[in-house]
Ligand binder design. Structure first.
Ligand SMILES: Cc1ncc(COP(=O)(O)O)c(C=O)c1O
Length: 362
């Protein structure tokens, strides 16, 4: 079965000597290698400061803290995402306020965001779902108009672009995940790309129990709640080796995605997802909308290809559904939505097989 997601690690002879060196260097916790990974990641993104962390969820939590979200506040978010996006909102004691999605893209709809903004709204989380960039321009305008910070959850969208610039450049906070099956894995890990230097410095302290690493323990005085969220040298070493080959990996997702976009046009029973003007997805999953979804999934499975909706709509989790909301576009999108394999492990032959199967019908 060709899977929907797969772990990508560099060749053994490239990775193992580098890891071995770190493992026996006597310094495996957060140190020089972490620093090096962060500076290289900053170069890759192109602007802002990289705070490496031990998960994308930690990055979401930290972004919410740095955005000033507190217990009782509201955060506008989408229900079409992996659970960590919305679980993180609950970690700061805030409530989740749903905005609907745009039926054409599956991403959070700017008009719907605007409709649910109220005096308790303290942040907006937008998700580049499946690797498709959100409507950056409109969301930036809303953020400015209402003076509400935006956190971009780009866990699915490393290397995706808007206006020629990679995710990580468009909002004050961008979250990346380096968990096992993402474009870039450090085994587990994440990063928060922060545009403001003072907030970045504050983030460093919160990442490490509330302690300032520039001072000795004895000189420190904890003044706020902190966490143990840092990355270590071993994970950072994996990240550094991964970064050396990341352009090639991301390009494979993109080339496969573009090929599917081209070949699945005007196929009966299939509606393609659209992309916003000036945006370039990085196709972590290939998303399409199909009629009779369960028949489609069965047909693909019988022929050796995994197809799935993958994520449960988050408003179906009681704990996350603070304000039950009618989400008509999401209802229509989710009923038809399915992901098919598209990453570096999918060969041209696999793509053609899938295309022929879909064209034949189900
Ligand atoms: C959209 C989204 N946001 C956040 C996360 C959290 O990342 P992590 O698993 O690194 O904590 C994930 C992945 O699990 C995700 O898919």
């Amino acid at each position: 079965m060709i899977p929907l997601v797969k772990t990508n690690l560099p060749a053994k002879d490239l990775l193992m000597p580098r890891i071995e060196e770190v493992l026996y260097s006597g310094y495996i916790s957060q140190g020089d290698i972490v620093e090096k990974f962060e500076r290289k990641f900053e170069e890759y993104i192109g602007s802002g400061h990289t705070l490496s962390l031990n998960s994308g969820t930690a990055a979401l939590h930290l972004a919410l803290i740095l955005a000033g979200v507190q217990a009782g506040d509201e955060v506008i978010s989408t229900a079409l995402t992996a659970e960590p996006t919305n679980v993180a909102i609950k970690m700061v004691g805030a409530k989740v306020r749903w905005a609907d999605v745009d039926y054409n893209t599956g991403n959070i709809c700017p008009d719907s965001i605007e409709k649910v903004i109220n005096s308790k709204t303290k942040a907006i989380i937008v998700v580049d779902y499946a690797g498709i960039p959100v409507d950056v321009k409109r969301i930036q305008e809303i953020s400015k108009k209402y003076n509400i910070p935006v956190i971009e959850d780009a866990a699915h969208a490393l290397g995706a672009k808007f206006d020629g610039k990679r995710t990580g450049n468009h909002f004050p906070f961008t979250v990346f995940s380096f968990q096992a099956i993402k474009h870039l894995t450090t085994i587990d890990g994440g990063a928060l790309q922060i545009q403001d230097e003072d907030l970045y410095e504050k983030g460093k302290v919160i990442r490490w129990f509330g302690l300032d690493k520039k001072r000795t323990r004895l000189e420190n005085n904890i003044t706020q709640q902190g966490y143990k969220y840092h990355m270590n040298n071993v994970n950072a070493c994996v990240g550094l080796v991964q970064l050396e080959g990341i352009d090639k990996v991301v390009e494979q997702y993109i080339q496969n995605g573009k090929y599917l976009d081209e070949k699945l046009k005007n196929v009966k029973g299939v509606e393609l997802v659209e992309y916003y003007e000036n945006s370039e997805p990085s196709y972590w999953l290939y998303t399409l909308k199909v009629e009779k979804r369960s028949d489609f999934i069965n047909m693909m499975a019988e022929n050796g290809f995994m197809a799935s909706e993958l994520h449960k709509r988050n408003d179906q989790h009681d704990y996350l559904n603070d304000y039950p909301t009618v989400l008509t576009n999401l209802d229509n999108f989710y009923e038809r939505m399915v992901h098919i394999p598209c990453g570096w492990w999918v060969s041209k032959e696999d793509l053609d097989k899938m295309i022929n199967l879909i064209r034949k019908g189900w």
